[in-house]
Ligand binder design. Sequence first.
Ligand code: G1P
Length: 301
Amino acid sequence: MHVTKAVVPAAGLGTRLYPVTRSQPKEMLPLGTRPAIQGAAEEIEGAGITDVLLITSAAKRAVEDHFDPRQSPGQSADDDSSPLTARYYCTRQAEPRGLGDAVLHARGFVGDNHFLVALGDCVLISDEPSGPVKRMVQAHAQFEADATICVQTVNAAGTSRYGIVEPGDGLADGVIALTDIVEKPGPEAAPSRLAVAARYIFSPRIFELLEEVQPGYGEEIQLTDAIRAMIAEGRRVLAIPLQPGEHRLDVGNFNSYGRAFMRSILTDREYGPDLREYAAELVQYLADDSQPDPDAPREES
Ligand code: G1P
């Protein structure tokens, strides 16, 4: 089975990043030299995705424009080769009713196919390009799953920010069958420290379950609750953990965004070497202001 269609929800209000996101979508914030959502697009195209439905909302016109076919998304000023080749479509979520409701807007686009959901405010990075999504696609087909979810380990304080899974049997190296999932539990209620990491593959059964679930956490239609119902009816739901050296770059709040931007630009092939030197000098200066200020004018040697 090939997974060629993806749904990229990008309708969220981004209130944790106000005032930066008052008039611009958080998905358009740069991670290094490209907007976050372009990083997500490159990541999923690298795993074989050819058709993408972006779920946007009223304040997200910049996202829609970024993927305008005449503008060649991904193109830099001095480069006419766009890294993006998939077909991009947009639809708008009418009201902010939650991630589950956003995904439900993709029902007609997806049809009878299994499909990927990739949240547009995160990029998964790995030494093997698109590694996590490629492993998800492989395991989803091999074990004939109805859902396959990427997960990452978080600390106790982090459980209340994520969907948290309950792991059951290991089916293979790096493939876990799930027995439950809960949206944003506190550390006491959390069934593990394995958090949903912004990438999912589903069979179309998820749409029927999304139609049935009632508003949950935050009074929103939660994708997590439909996955929970899928597990409860005995279907196979898998988790694929991020491996050491793999990271989720997340434009969710200023702390995660700061880290994600720094990692992206400091590892950039062109700008990374200079900026790593600058960052090291700046950190020294901030710890001890008798050290040279890297922004002070210097005599050319
Ligand atoms: C959403 C999901 C949550 C998941 C998170 C990161 O939450 O509801 O289960 O862990 O994305 O993938 P949000 O960050 O939109 O509040």
